[in-house]
Structure formats: C-alpha cells, structure tokens
Design a protein around this ligand. Structure first.
Ligand SMILES: [Zn+2]
Length: 142
C-alpha cells in the first residue's frame, strides 16, 4: 500500500489468517510450522509490493513499514510518499514529481484501492501544474 499521509491497512484485507491463539502447546508444532510458513509468505508478498512502490518512488518515497498482528504475522505494508505541492515558481518540477508518484503508485503488480487513490491525487496535481505552466507561457507571450 502506498499512503500519501497515513495508511489504514487496506492491503491487509488479502491476508486473512487462522491463528487466533498465540499460546501454543507442544502438540502444536505442526501449527507452528504452518504459522512460520504463513509469516514468511505474507512478509515476502507484502515486501515485494512495497519494494515496487519504494523503487519507483525514488527520493519521494519513505521507508518500507511492515505491520504485524499480535501473533507476529505480517498483514499490511506501507510506504509513505511525498505528494508534490503546486509550485508556481516551477510547475515543471511539480509535473515531474507527480509523474514519479503516479509511477510509484502503479508499480506493484497488484495495486490496492489506496494505491489508485494516490495515483488519482497525483494526476490532479499534475493537471493543475500543467494548467499553471501553460498560463505562464501565455503570459510570457502577451
Ligand atoms: Zn500498495
């Protein structure tokens, strides 16, 4: 999941799990093995998704955060991205940064609903910056 400001674990919806009981007896070795496998599987899947965001986000992306439940099972991931603000002195910079955010949001093979929202937000900022840039060009011509 890519969060413009905060994330609420939408990506975690995919990771339902069956280990409600953290206390294990010696008879639960098999369960423990399954749990370890689940931890690894979830971690790898979430990490791959977040790494795609981070790699494409470059300097605008923050660190990868993996959230775990009380049993230590990863259920959600998060990378913060710096949403560009409209810069009247340099709309082209805003456009470039917005493009980076859009690429970052859509980088994973399985973008979440939140990822699409971040991309849409960046597209809005990009089109505002484009309008600003073309108005400035017109003013120069006038
Ligand atoms: Zn994502």
């Amino acid at each position: 999941m890519l969060g413009a400001i905060t994330g609420n674990g939408l990506y975690g919806n995919k990771y339902a799990f069956g280990f409600q009981n953290a206390r294990m007896s010696q008879d639960d070795e098999q369960k423990d093995e399954a749990k370890q496998a689940l931890i690894k599987k979830n971690y790898n899947e979430i990490y791959a998704h977040e790494l795609a965001h981070k790699t494409a986000g470059g300097h605008l992306a923050g660190a990868i955060v993996i959230e775990r439940n009380a049993d230590g099972i990863p259920f959600a991931g998060h990378v913060a991205i710096k949403m560009p603000s409209l810069n009247p002195n340099n709309p082209q910079q805003t456009i470039n940064d917005a493009n980076t955010v859009i690429r970052s949001a859509m980088a994973p093979a399985d973008p979440s609903g939140q990822d699409y929202k971040v991309a849409a937000q960046a597209r809005n900022i990009k089109s505002e910056a484009q309008n600003m840039a073309s108005k400035q060009r017109l003013n120069l011509l006038a």
